[in-house]
Design a protein around this ligand. Structure first.
Ligand code: ME8
Length: 542
């Protein structure tokens, strides 16, 4: 593995501000948030960066069409759409970079000047197709035959819209020189590109031999000026990729920023959608090699959310705004659903029916109902005060073993970014706890005369007490393990278990201690709060 820095540094792509976010963007950001919250729950230092990509023709044309300057357009979209969605999704990013900020533009200029001084950049001429939707110089082999109104034309395979033919004097980065070095790097770092399908795709692409990359444009001016020739602006992808370095203070003289860079660089994971894999797994490491900077630990490309079998996108009118889901189901359900139902790394189809069915079965009836049943029974039999447990039987030991296993399996899955597997592992504890209660039938045990004291109240240290304390312990473990995925429900559960006075804040519970049984002391006050996931009587229609 490449040298890992002491801070777990994870990034999302920085998103174009030509439009408001849809659930595809939210999917990446939520995944990043769950991974970083998991690492924070492990009590590791974490840095989670997201932001917006504001230069280039796509944003410029949208601004023009709306009669405002690109900067005005970007400001509006960032404040009215991109930042608010982080809030509604409960995302805890440490920083938000905008490529129009001075900290970015100045450091980008210094970076490319350095590449120029190192002889990595030369002037040349570019002729070929360009897709403004992708902001990408295309190779003829990347294009496909158009259909419908574009019949007879070559179109972009991702956007299904025609490409533009460019013929410009540009500056070029000597990327072809890095073909073999990149192949050697992939070979020596087998987990650099993940999942395996992405790695294979990247290797076979690079094996064909890389071409030099055009890195400037001179037919419009919405971009970062090339420092030695301000009639050109930097190609938007060269500008955008550098956000991962500029945001944490590459090249800064400020001692605090320098220290941040030292402990944070390089990123452990760049999380991206598979549409932008090559930029991150080929161009980005080549840029860093040229600059002499250490390379990231991993580029992980997740799959696409499909609607009607195609990549969901606003331009194809299949875009769904996150609020459409959150308004009905809540942010926790949004986070849970997309990460549980789609194998992370593969494409997944979105459907309202599937979302509603999983919400009802897994969140409302599975987890939410478990939490309220246990709190209600502690309320009914012990006046809401956790009793002293009695001797353990095989049933309690079995449940404790399920919890221990859930922690180990979830940890292992999280390290592989198999987020769906991690959540499934945690869910084994939800299911086993429900099964435990069904089998132990505490409501029947409560009727046993040996369980009733002379004052008519349930006795301490008996079987009923053991069952309810064990169930409460399982819920405590679930609050810790689900805190990264469903933070609102986990916080409400922690509150309902009355755990904070004895155990401290939920955020301070280490993942590996989740399954260490016997932490909630007798006397803890348990209350039955509002349903964590209220049942939805009328599933939303599409
Ligand atoms: O590409 N399914 O920005 P972008 C899953 N600015 N994920 C999706 C998706 C879908 N249908 N649609 C979008 C850019 N995404 C550049 C990035 S980084 C230096 C510059 C997600 O606004 C996914 O993460 O087009 C994808 O890679 C990203 O949004 C593209 O966002």
């Amino acid at each position: 593995m490449p040298d890992a820095s002491s801070t777990f540094y994870l990034t999302t792509p920085i998103y174009y501000v030509n439009d408001a976010p849809h659930i595809g963007h939210a999917y990446t950001t939520v995944a990043a948030d769950v991974i970083t919250r998991w690492h924070r729950q492990r009590q590791e230092p974490v840095w989670f960066l997201t932001g917006t990509d504001e230069h280039g023709q796509k944003v410029m044309r949208t601004a023009e069409a709306n009669g405002v300057t690109p900067q005005q357009w970007a400001d509006r979209l960032v404040e009215d759409a991109w930042k608010p969605v982080l809030e509604t999704l409960d995302v805890r990013n440490d920083d938000f970079i905008r490529t129009t900020q001075a900290r970015h533009t100045e450091r980008v200029q210094a970076f490319i000047q350095d590449l120029k001084d190192k002889g990595e950049i030369y002037a040349g001429s570019y002729e070929g197709p360009y897709c403004v939707g992708c902001e990408e110089f295309k190779l003829p082999g990347d294009l496909v035959d158009g259909t419908g109104e574009y019949e007879g034309q070559k179109v972009c395979a991702i956007h299904s819209t025609p490409v533009e033919m460019l013929s410009e004097q540009n500056y070029f980065f000597r990327m072809s020189a890095y073909t073999q070095r990149l192949l050697d790097f992939y070979e020596q770092n087998p987990t650099f590109v993940q999942p395996a399908s992405a790695r294979n795709e990247v290797i076979s692409f690079v094996k064909q031999g890389l071409q030099d990359l055009s890195i400037s444009r001179n037919t419009f001016d919405w971009g970062i000026p090339i420092p030695w020739d301000t009639s050109h602006v930097l190609y938007v992808w060269f500008d955008a990729l550098l956000n991962y370095a500029t945001a944490i203070g590459v090249d800064s003289d400020d001692p605090e920023e320098k220290a941040r860079f030292e402990r944070t660089w390089p990123a452990n994971v760049h999380l991206v959608g598979k549409d932008i894999l090559r930029f991150h797994a080929v161009i980005w490491p080549a840029m860093l090699m040229a600059a002499g900077l250490p390379l990231p630990g991993q580029v992980f490309a997740h799959g696409w959310l499909l609607v009607g079998g195609e990549k969901m996108s606003k331009s194809k009118l299949t875009g769904i705004a996150p609020s459409q889901i959150i308004d009905t189901f809540g942010s926790d359900a949004f986070r849970y659903y997309f990460l549980r139902s789609i194998a992370f790394g593969q494409d997944g189809s979105f459907s309202w029916e599937d979302l509603a069915a999983r919400y009802q079965a897994e969140l409302a009836n599975g987890f939410g109902n478990l939490a309220s049943r246990v709190a209600a029974m502690i309320g009914k039999y012990y006046g809401g005060v956790l009793p002293q447990a009695g001797p353990q039987t095989d049933a309690e030991e079995t449940l404790a073993a399920v919890a221990a296993r859930a922690v180990t399996d979830a940890e292992d899955a999280m390290d592989r970014l198999a987020l769906h597997e991690a959540i499934s592992a945690v869910w084994t504890l939800v299911e086993a706890t429900n099964g435990y209660i069904t089998e132990q039938e505490p409501w029947k045990v409560a009727k046993d005369p040996a369980e009733v004291g002379p004052d008519g109240a349930a006795v301490q240290g008996g079987r009923l007490a053991t069952i309810l304390v064990t169930a409460a312990e399982a819920l405590r473990a679930l609050a810790v393990l689900l805190n990264p995925v469903t933070p609102k429900a986990a916080a409400a559960l922690w509150e309902s278990l009355g755990a904070e006075p004895a155990l401290g804040a939920l955020a301070l519970q280490p993942v590996d201690a989740a399954a260490r049984w016997g932490q909630l002391p007798a006397g803890t006050v348990v209350t039955k709060g509002a349903s964590l996931f209220p049942r939805i009587e009328e599933p939303a229609a599409s």
